[in-house]
Design a binder for this molecule. Sequence first.
Ligand code: AMP
Length: 427
Amino acid sequence: MSKSHYQAPRGTRDILPSEAGTWRWVLNSFADLAKRFGYGQVISPMFEDAGVFLRLGENTEVVSKEMFTFQDKDPKTPQDLALRPELTASICRAFAQHRPITPWKVWYEGPQFRYEKPQAGRFRQFVQVGAEIIGENDPAADVEIISLAWRFYETIGLKHISLLLNSLGNVETRELYNQELLSYLSKNAKGLSVESRDTLAKNPLRVLDSKRKEDLQIITGAPTIQEFLTDDDKEHFESVCDGLKLLGIPFTVSPRLVRGLDYYTRTTFEFIADKLETAQNAVGGGGRYDGLVEELGGPPTQGIGFALGVDRILLACEAEKLELKNELPLDAFVVDLTGGSHASQITDELRANGLGADRCFGSRSIKAQMKVADRSGALYAIIVGDDELEKNEVTLRDLRGDGSQEHVPRSDLVKALTASIKERYPQ
Ligand code: AMP
């Protein structure tokens, strides 16, 4: 086959049906869990006024380099628009716009767009799931948010995830710390990598994110923000730590965890997949953003949330060799040797009864149809030939187990198939 002239754009990819069932299962697992935690879904636009994202901090890379921006075509409303690089800002914009009752507990899923240099686990379009609690200052909210993410990793079966936790204090604390850090790093600038020297000029905090060898020693000696926390901030952080311990969620306090975006205050956290390479091992993160809603035109409102990268989570599952579930495995494949109308009727009946069913089109030999049935991943083949028609029954063949088969009265098919699946393939 010759290759198509067009390819998916750099940094994007097609998720084909062979993988998409697993994606759906992961996304549905998150949706179910968030619902159980009492969160409602928000579906917001994929693009926003670019100003919404400028609030993330003009010096953050997401804003300065990575935004996909474009202009509204209407000359009367020349507006800079941007594909969303993340969702917290959109959710806060929605909160400021609609003013729902607080605490507003919401979740989301969907693609985000960042003009990054594509590499393993780093895409220009990637999918996040996330949750936010807006309008709540109680440290118990921080604990609940973190536990939602943690229980999600558990639900899909990941075992090697580490939770790193820190507090960035309030805006003033951060400012003080920033100055102290700037002066320390400037004194040691000669020893820093060229990239970190560049970062230092723009955003000293981000130097702490560097994983480059030459930077590590200097970073290790840097002052930590913990030394600058106010008593209130310390108390809040201790309550969060106690709450996590109470729920049995393990964490490591990581005083140099700063996170990428400018809006974080107090609690910040990151989830690391221990089985992935350092460059792509962040599978989620979040924190408090007590000033963001106000910056977007709303009343002073606290908030906390997280975003988890689904592309990376799936990489972590692969690295842990997890067998992931498929959202809706095919229960039966109907092999009709009598012309096709029975295949139409039987698949219709099975689907109406909540079972997954498929069939071949066109008239094909039994061999050809069995081959397709096998490839489909179906648990059973339901075979209808002249013999079966005469006796008003069908043949039910187990395709995944021992290959055994039985004859079932046509009128009992749904019952027999359901019972057989329950017995041989319990969930
Ligand atoms: P952030 O919004 O930068 O805190 O990212 C939250 C999570 O989204 C990260 O921990 C990653 O799992 C994921 N993520 C961020 N950027 C990318 C990207 N370019 N490609 C794939 N996943 C990403």
